[in-house]
Design a protein around this ligand. Structure first.
Ligand SMILES: NC(=O)c1ccc[n+]([C@@H]2O[C@H](COP(=O)([O-])OP(=O)(O)OC[C@H]3O[C@@H](n4cnc5c(N)ncnc54)[C@H](O)[C@@H]3O)[C@@H](O)[C@H]2O)c1
Length: 257
């Protein structure tokens, strides 16, 4: 068997970010047409340009995943452009601010939940009917190591990623007999802008030494590269993973083994 997505259509949310761009490029490299979604227009257009420069087919749609009408619009854009959705990388996320629970601003809690939980829910709500009509599809939600393990001062993020696993499992059960698989990836630290922002907020001294200390606690001694997470996501979306559904798959260099 070969990893071959020729003729398939994928949607990637958060496609302007580290993991989203890596998975969009990886899907394009194995033949998929990719609809790119991000709130940040410039970053999304940059991913579109990179795919086109490699000879792939991509279309960027600016959207906020926490708004139902905008999610409906990007689902319709994919169907209008290419007539189907085979793969959905439900990946956009935000870390929120860094505060203890008692100091956490209520509106900030709602914002984290809005993007990470409501956004993932809306993606499932509007993409799954298209896949059900086809009798085929694969969804990969981006959860986190934070779906299993808490981090001080990242309470809403931690809760939101636990919730992503709950949505993943529920969706998987609901569509298991309809030719659709739904899984989640649960990465430990990945070297992206999100992690750099968290580290800048957490570091009392040098960010570099915080990174070195953190990396040293990981059994293989380093953070993940976005492309490594992308490889797992492509595998889960492929026929190689044909009997895997309802799972959170950890990718973390051996942490918590
Ligand atoms: N970087 C890590 O260490 C790490 C670890 C575990 C899980 N994750 C998860 O991976 C996913 C991707 O994060 P990343 O590390 O690539 O971060 P990133 O900041 O590089 O990318 C996130 C992207 O999501 C977009 N986005 C944010 N809010 C959005 C919204 N409301 N609508 C549409 N797009 C929105 C941002 O503009 C950005 O381009 C997130 O769900 C994150 O929680 C990251």
């Amino acid at each position: 068997m070969k990893v071959d997505f020729a003729g398939q259509v994928a949607i990637v949310t958060g496609a302007g970010g580290g993991i989203g761009r890596a998975v969009a490029l990886a899907l394009s490299d194995v033949g998929a047409k990719v609809l790119l979604v991000d709130l940040a227009r410039e970053r999304g257009i940059e991913t579109e340009s990179q795919i086109k420069a490699r000879g792939g087919t991509a279309l960027f749609v600016a959207a906020d995943v926490s708004h139902a009408t905008e999610v409906q619009a990007f689902v319709e854009a994919a169907c209008h452009a290419w007539g189907r959705i085979d793969v959905f990388m439900n990946n956009a996320g935000w870390q929120g601010e860094i505060h203890s629970l008692v100091d956490y601003p209520v509106d900030m809690f709602d914002k984290v939940m809005g993007i990470n939980v409501r956004g993932v829910f809306l993606g499932l709500k509007y993409v799954l009917p298209v896949m059900m009509a086809q009798g085929k599809g694969a969804v990969v939600n981006t959860a986190s190591l934070g779906a299993y393990v808490a981090t001080r001062k990242l309470g809403p993020y931690t809760a939101s990623k636990h919730a992503v696993l709950g949505l993943t499992k529920t969706a998987a059960l609901e569509v298991a007999r309809k030719g659709i698989r739904v899984n989640a990836v649960c990465p430990g630290p990945v070297d992206t802008d999100m992690l750099r922002e968290i580290e800048s907020a957490q570091a009392s001294g040098s960010v570099l030494s915080l990174r070195e200390q953190r990396a040293a606690t990981i059994p293989d001694g380093r953070y993940a590269e976005p492309a490594e997470v992308a490889n797992l996501m492509v595998y889960l979306a492929s026929d190689f993973a044909s009997h895997i559904t309802g799972q959170g798959i950890q990718i973390n260099g051996g942490s918590h083994a």
